[in-house]
Design a binder for this molecule. Sequence first.
Ligand code: SF4
Length: 430
Amino acid sequence: MSGHPSQAAVALPVPGCTEPRVTQERGQRAVFCGLTSIIWLHRKIQDAFFLVVGSRTCAHLIQSAAGVMIFAEPRFATAVLQDRDLAGIADCNDELDRVVAQVIERRPEIKTIFLVSSCPSEVIKLDLANAAQRLGGHYAGRVRFAEYSGSGIETTFTQGEDSCLKGLVADLPKAPADRRSLLIVGTLPDIVEDQFSRLFGELGVGPVHFLPARSSTDLVAVGPDTSFLLAQPYLGETARALLKRGARAISAPFPLGAEGTREWLRAAANAWDVAPERFEQVIAAPLARAERAVARQREALRGKRISFLPDSQLEIPLARFLQRECGMQLLEVGTPYLDQQMSAAELPLLPGGVRITEGQDLDRQLDRVRADRPDLTVCGLGIANPLEAEGLRTKWSIELMFTPIQGFDQAGDLAELFTRPLNRQNRLGF
Ligand code: SF4
């Protein structure tokens, strides 16, 4: 959890015909830190180890976040900084070297070790970039080292992935000119990645690569003939790093829901000059399946009022899906950060005048939730229980990070994630 002092709210106009109004709030925040993203990054990159350099609090956070999943052999650990380290008496690098040696000896399958900095390591200015370079030299040919920040200082939990992928972009080799390719950016469950690969193949779009890839040594080359499409909305820094490498961005809504997935695929198909008839033909069957699956959930969701508290940065595309495809009424869409460049294709799809808040001022937001009494509030874990105790139904936004929700075949499941708490309410007779 992190927080900082309250400041005045500022209203910013958003360009576009529907003109949703964005209010910025700066106050007490209640969000997990970037270390949380290790859970889904580690599930995706199957030969990587994540070594957090942090305190016992960091170790507890990662253990409890991972506690919702069962691992035979977790590929993450914490090199715990002691009081002597924090006071500058001991050399933290000794502890780091000891843990790294242990990991390398016990886990021969590990090909990359990510050194992940935390609030304590950043406060004492431990230079992990230097440590990664030193260890990389020492273990050259055996294990690669990378580093990124997972700290909770002024961040939210999905930024951990942005920071990790931005670091990976710097290590990608340069692609020769005239080698055209599509790079899908953002962690997707393997099952979703396979579905998208099939569809791109049928459309004749490609070759397609994914960042992150399943193997940390699979480093795709990037250059001016690389076009990239974001699969997640919270990857602004990664996108800017790719732009600096000369890659070209394809702007699209995110692949959530039948409509979002169709438009996301269409943007790639247009960039590859796929004939419209071929596009419609390829997507017809999975699109129809997705629309039927969403329609089965729409009955329970139509007309229900929903508020989002800022947490995952998925709020804008989720709100678009729930309003346009499920008929829900948006009361407030709060998001920790609103990157207008990354959301350029999403914002015009929200209804005009919808209340969007960027940042957080927890008490004021909770006051508005209590005044609105939405049928459903999407929020962080720590806020859900108190709201439930007040008779308000909630949905944990972090659950959406651990569930396959992108693509046609997951559109019905995505809608169902929101019907479940409402159905529970009906069963309990609230
Ligand atoms: S990185 Fe910071 S916010 Fe995250 S668990 Fe460690 S101390 Fe807490």
